[in-house]
Write a protein that binds this ligand. Structure first.
Ligand code: SF4
Length: 685
């Protein structure tokens, strides 16, 4: 093999919010290896199994390579001209007949910042609707809402590097060893080698839970209660950071009053955690100079997800844990670009850079630059779009890079909505479950076939570079948006994603100094980025982004979870991820090395429940909820205990998909589904 025919191209992993970057070694279309480099800002020479082995899908024979149009109930291949002509005429017809808000736009947090920016520009500026959202609605929107209330920005307070320097890492409702593996290695190393304290609160005894100094296993959905009780105990003991509160925080007195009922006794009664456990936790927090709290969907995917995220931020404020290295909130982002999709405006109430659509001055800035008139009111989010399809107001939908037909909650209800659409365009790398309901399916190119940037969980913007030409007639998503916009009368002429980023940076102050020149090689930028190009690795060092520069303690109330008839549905079903697979698995199940090891998910059942029901590992069971059923094989394991089950969400098979069972109940503030509040019954079949 001649070395000079081998190409080495920098890319960024698309499998989680850690944002590892590395070189892809290729020869023609063969991927030879993934080579991490010491200069990579997040991971250096590390990757996990997905980043290393999860790329076979790029050359899969199952890739979509031609547009497909549904004709007489069957999909037939079409030219781009046919597909674009049909889309433009149907979008125009829907807009003219029912108005611009008859369309819903679902963006992708797997795709680039530039693509998300352009998609919301298409929705807002060309179609005239703010009905645009992305998959953060399914995961971390409650964390963003809780942080925006209290400290002003929705992103991680510091860097992943900072996690190594803190005295105490507190992980709540997250399983970083499987969902954010390289970040977890930083925590494990600091804990083992440098004596960093680690506390984990979770339903499952996962890897970090097993090595933690303290493991808390509360009753499902009770986190707000014990977090508030610990915060109250800290204040009552005189352990609050009085100087920090006096100088940097508003609303302390009202907040303290709101904690009255959260005594240790009340917490013990409602959460199952013993008073002594909570006192031990409060004492460890008090003894730590610095503390970071990491959390994920175990907190957010509840009807009170925003409230619990707010309670976490309140605890950090009371203990003075913001603004110094090794402190702050770390809502861990799941998808590789869930942060960036939100940052660049695929949200119904926010323009890029979290500027409200309702603000006239902000709208005027975009109207002038784009030469359009923009809708004034916030649009519908993912959840509302589904409900509004059912009620008949939303008639058309354009979705890219998102397997909504498997990952949204209560998918039977979602599929029924898809069937009601008058016109549905799905754009993806593979023919997905969602695509089965489409009228037009467009073939998109994955990250290795285009240029762009992603933003990881710590707000770090990084460049990824094109390795291959798009396969067949597939196209980068941004080019498809441009083609559709121009068919609808726009005059866009972006020749490269760098021009899209330049436009976004010129309009959104949060990214003022972001440019491809500054992102060359292994360079990266963390927002807010000043015009000079200066990044902000650590937020809140001087002030919080509110008018008076102070954070706000925000009183919150616990919301009782919705649980169906406990006699019939007697088991709690938790869900999450497998280390080896990403999301629904459309990409990783097509990567041979990974699928060879882990060909399917399984249901975790506790040894005591298995004994009671006479179930052994390998048994096939049926789980039933009021919304549907799945059939799945059992793994008896001590990861779970008592009547708590765990089913990974990673499957492309509808019959194993956890969202056959989930409900349409949701967080009251953000409408994030309550995926984690689920009761089922189990039968051996
Ligand atoms: Fe990719 Fe996340 Fe693994 Fe890094 S930790 S290689 S970003 S999946």
């Amino acid at each position: 093999m001649r070395e000079d025919r081998i190409k080495r191209t920098k890319t960024v992993c698309t499998y989680c919010g850690v944002g590892c970057s590395f070189e892809v070694w290729t020869k023609e279309r063969d991927i030879l290896k993934i080579q991490p480099q010491p200069d990579a800002p997040v991971n250096g020479i590390s990757t996990c199994v997905k980043g290393k082995w999860g790329w076979d899908f790029v050359n899969s024979e199952e890739r979509l390579t031609k547009p497909l149009i549904r004709k007489e109930g069957k999909f037939v291949e079409a030219t781009w001209n046919e597909a674009l002509t049909l889309i433009a005429s149907k979008f125009t017809e829907l807009k003219d007949t029912y108005g611009p808000d008859s369309m819903g736009f679902i963006a992708s947090s797997k795709c680039s910042n530039e693509e998300n920016y352009l998609f919301q520009k298409l929705a807002r500026g060309v179609m005239g609707t703010n009905n645009v959202d992305n998959c953060s609605r399914y995961c971390q929107s409650p964390a963003t809402a809780g942080l925006m209330r209290t400290v002003g920005y929705g992103g991680d307070a510091g860097t992943i590097e900072d996690l190594k320097t803190t005295d105490l890492v507190f992980v709540i409702g997250a399983n970083p060893a499987e969902s954010h593996p390289v970040l977890a290695t930083r925590i494990k190393r600091a804990h083992k080698l440098h004596g960093q304290k680690l506390i984990v609160a979770d339903l499952r005894k996962h890897e970090l839970a097993q090595m933690a100094d303290q493991f808390l296993h509360p009753v499902p959905s009770s986190d707000l209660i014990w977090i508030s009780a610990v915060t109250k105990y800290i204040i009552d003991q005189g352990w609050a950071d009085d100087d920090f509160i006096k100088n940097r925080v508003n609303n302390f007195d009202e907040y303290v009053d709101s904690l009255d009922k959260y005594t240790l006794e009340y917490a013990e009664q409602e959460t199952g955690l013993k008073k002594e456990e909570l006192i031990e936790l409060a004492t460890t927090i008090n003894e730590a100079e610095t503390m970071c709290i990491c959390w994920a969907m175990g907190v957010t995917q509840h009807i009170g997800g925003t409230e619990t995220s707010t309670a976490i931020s309140n605890l950090l404020l009371v203990t003075g844990n913001y603004g110094k290295p090794g402190t702050g909130a770390y809502p861990l982002r799941g998808h590789n670009n869930v942060q960036g999709a939100c940052d660049f405006g695929t949200m119904p109430a926010w323009m890029p850079g979290y500027e409200p659509v309702e603000n006239e001055e902000i709208r005027a800035r975009y109207e002038k630059a784009w030469g359009v008139s923009l809708p004034r009111k916030p649009g519908l989010n993912n959840h509302q779009i589904v409900e509004t399809i059912h009620s008949g107001k939303v008639k058309g939908m354009y979705l890219f890079g998102e397997e909504m037909g498997l990952v949204d909650a209560n998918i039977n209800h979602v599929h029924a909505a898809f069937e009601k659409l008058e016109f549905f365009v799905v754009q993806d790398v593979f023919f997905s479950k969602t695509a089965e309901f489409a009228d037009v399916v467009l073939p998109a190119a994955p990250s290795l076939e285009k240029d762009g940037t992603f933003t990881n969980t710590e707000r770090r913007i990084q460049r990824f570079h094109k390795v291959f030409e798009p396969l067949g007639d597939s196209q980068p998503d941004w080019k498809i948006f441009q083609a559709i916009a121009n068919r609808l009368g726009a005059k866009w002429n972006y020749k490269h994603p760098s021009e899209i980023m330049d436009e976004a940076a010129s309009l959104a102050p949060l990214f003022a100094g972001v440019s491809y020149e500054r992102l060359e090689k292994w360079n990266s930028q963390l927002w807010p980025v000043q015009k000079s190009g200066e990044s902000t690795p650590l937020l809140y060092t001087e002030k919080f982004p509110f008018a008076d520069g102070k954070a706000k303690l925000y009183p919150v109330e616990w919301r009782k979870p919705y649980v169906p008839d406990e006699k019939e549905y007697d088991l709690h079903l938790n869900n999450g991820r497998l280390l080896e697979h990403f999301h629904e698995g459309n990409l990783t199940y097509r990567s041979k090395s990974i699928t060879h090891k882990v060909p399917q998910p399984w249901l975790e059942v506790s040894p005591e429940l298995a004994e009671e029901r006479g179930i052994k590992t390998g048994a096939l069971v049926k789980l039933t909820s009021p919304y549907g059923e799945v059939k799945i094989r059992v793994w008896v394991t001590e990861h779970v205990s008592g009547k708590e089950l765990y089913l990974p969400m990673n499957t492309t098979d509808e019959m194993e998909a956890v969202n056959m069972l989930t409900s349409s109940y949701h967080d009251k503030v953000t409408h994030t589904p309550n995926y984690k509040e689920m009761s089922v019954k189990m039968e051996v079949i």
